[in-house]
Design a protein around this ligand. Structure first.
Ligand SMILES: C[S@@+](CC[C@H](N)C(=O)[O-])C[C@H]1O[C@@H](n2cnc3c(N)ncnc32)[C@H](O)[C@@H]1O
Length: 461
């Protein structure tokens, strides 16, 4: 693979004797990774049903390698059920090392297409809120889909400049992840187009954007909150340099250690102006040191840690507001108890909002809360997002197909199914279609026929 001369010279200076070993990585194949959605399935259970060979990624508890030249996990029904996300192994590290807990308020500033946001959302386990933002509206559409497939309902998907978010979310978040736009030097092997982009916009260009994003994000973090900054590039200006800039502007931030792994390399104080050894606490991932492409991570805390609080909201007063009648009828088939005060109705669409949000009027958004469905004349129609949020045992009317049943793929293609063998004396209505116990979407049963309600834009082609 031909790399730009300027890039090679820079890496030679950065790596010294290790440079030839680093360079030889470009003749080796890239690594493929898969991350289990622990909000839907445990790692143990996934290993039992995984239909292709996987081997653990040693530094990520729910990460696995697979052979991307032999198998295509993106076409398997379990992928459509949101049981896993496909992600380059080193890119799994930032969301893994940010200690998100259920109940946290979490911001992913540069979230599309959702590789990290889906893991942050899974870690929340439905409690607290995930705000997933990306400045690019078109990329944010893919982000929304990935978040919905993963079954994350306590979410806002936004498409704003981080500077605008500051007006709404000053010191609001417990945890922030910035997976910054960067010159992508760590992705050259995975995606050759990145080389061209690097030649057009070099590290200096991105370093300026990163400085502005990190300082804007810093102001949205609560005192005591944690921020994880990451890039997929090697340049010191975009990595240690950006962190040094933040610390100069906001000295209340402190660099924290990151749970180690034998392949992690220390950050490079020599690339900073101060040469402070503190920068060695940050982490560099190089492809010649471990089985991953390339990344940089820095974990920071704003001020002193705050005493732990129980973030679970007390069940407290149930609001006196009533749910719309048709929605109430639908919910009788679920184990869910919704608080009417959290409903947001726009035209026919009904959303269930996360708790404790500021007024977000004026922000460009793609989704606020979980889209429950639509209130049509005299009936409620549940959404695809709701199907993905439900667990099989939370809904009464289920049609559960084994993965070997050819109707699973036909369902995903949008076909009407004959389900005579499964219906028995089942009553008509909305059924949750599952594969091996994991929801894929809804269908409407009438007699022995299941009308397909799988979202058209998500269909398997
Ligand atoms: C490295 S990618 C993020 C990848 C994502 N975190 C993931 O894991 O799937 C960087 C993202 O930053 C977005 N971006 C670029 N400039 C931005 C800005 N000023 N504010 C917020 N996002 C920005 C890009 O659209 C891009 O999607």
């Amino acid at each position: 693979m031909k790399l730009p001369d300027k890039f090679e010279e820079k890496m030679q200076a950065l790596l010294g004797d290790e440079f030839p070993e680093y360079l030889s990585c470009y003749d080796e194949p890239r690594y493929y990774g898969l991350r289990v959605n622990t909000n839907k399935i445990s790692v143990e259970d996934f290993k039992k049903i995984c239909p292709f060979e996987i081997t653990p990624i040693p530094w990520i508890e729910n990460g696995f390698y697979y052979d991307g030249d032999k198998v295509t996990p993106s076409r398997h029904p379990y992928y459509f059920a949101g049981l896993y996300y496909l992600q380059e192994p080193s890119a799994m590290t930032p969301a893994n090392r940010l200690p998100v807990e259920p109940g946290d308020k979490v911001l992913d500033v540069c979230a599309a297409p959702g590789g990290k946001a889906t893991e942050l959302g899974a870690k929340l386990k439905g409690e607290g809120v995930l705000i997933a933002n990306d400045i690019s509206n078109s990329r944010a559409k893919g982000l929304l889909k990935n978040i919905e497939v993963f079954g994350i309902g306590n979410v806002l998907v936004l498409s704003e400049e981080p500077g605008k978010l500051e007006d709404y979310f000053a010191e609001y978040f417990d945890k922030i992840l910035i997976d910054a736009p960067c010159s992508g030097e760590g992705m050259f092997r995975k995606d050759k187009k990145m080389v061209k982009a690097w030649e057009e916009h070099g590290p200096e260009f991105f370093a300026n954007i990163q400085k502005s994003i990190i300082t804007q994000a810093a102001r949205m973090l609560k005192p005591g909150g944690m921020l994880l900054y990451s890039t997929c590039t090697f340049d010191g200006r975009e990595n240690e340099g950006t962190i040094e800039y933040l610390l100069k502007k906001y000295p209340e931030f402190e660099i924290l250690g990151i749970k180690g792994y034998e392949g992690f390399e220390k950050g490079m104080p020599e690339l900073t102006a101060s040469k402070s050894e503190e920068f060695a606490k940050t982490v560099r991932i190089f492809p010649h040191k471990m089985k991953g492409e390339g990344h940089y991570l820095a974990l920071l805390r704003k001020g002193k840690p705050l005493p732990a609080t129980d973030k679970k909201l007390l069940p407290g007063k149930k609001s006196k507001k009533k749910l719309p009648e048709d929605l109430e009828v639908f919910l009788e088939d679920t184990t869910w108890e919704l608080d009417a005060a959290r409903l947001d109705v726009h035209g026919e669409r009904v959303y269930y909002m996360p708790e404790d949000l500021p007024d977000v009027c004026g922000i460009r958004f793609l989704r606020t809360g979980l889209l429950l469905g639509e209130l049509k004349k005299k009936r409620f129609e549940p959404s695809q997002a709701l199907a993905m949020c439900l667990k099989k045992d939370e809904y009464k009317k289920v049609l559960d197909f084994p993965v070997s049943d050819e109707r699973v793929k036909r369902y995903l293609k949008g076909e009407t199914l004959d389900v005579e063998d499964m219906t028995g004396s089942k009553e008509k209505g909305w059924y949750l279609v599952c594969v091996d116990g994991y929801p894929l979407g809804f269908g409407k049963l009438s007699g022995q026929t299941l009308k397909n309600k799988y979202l058209p834009g998500w269909r398997l082609c």
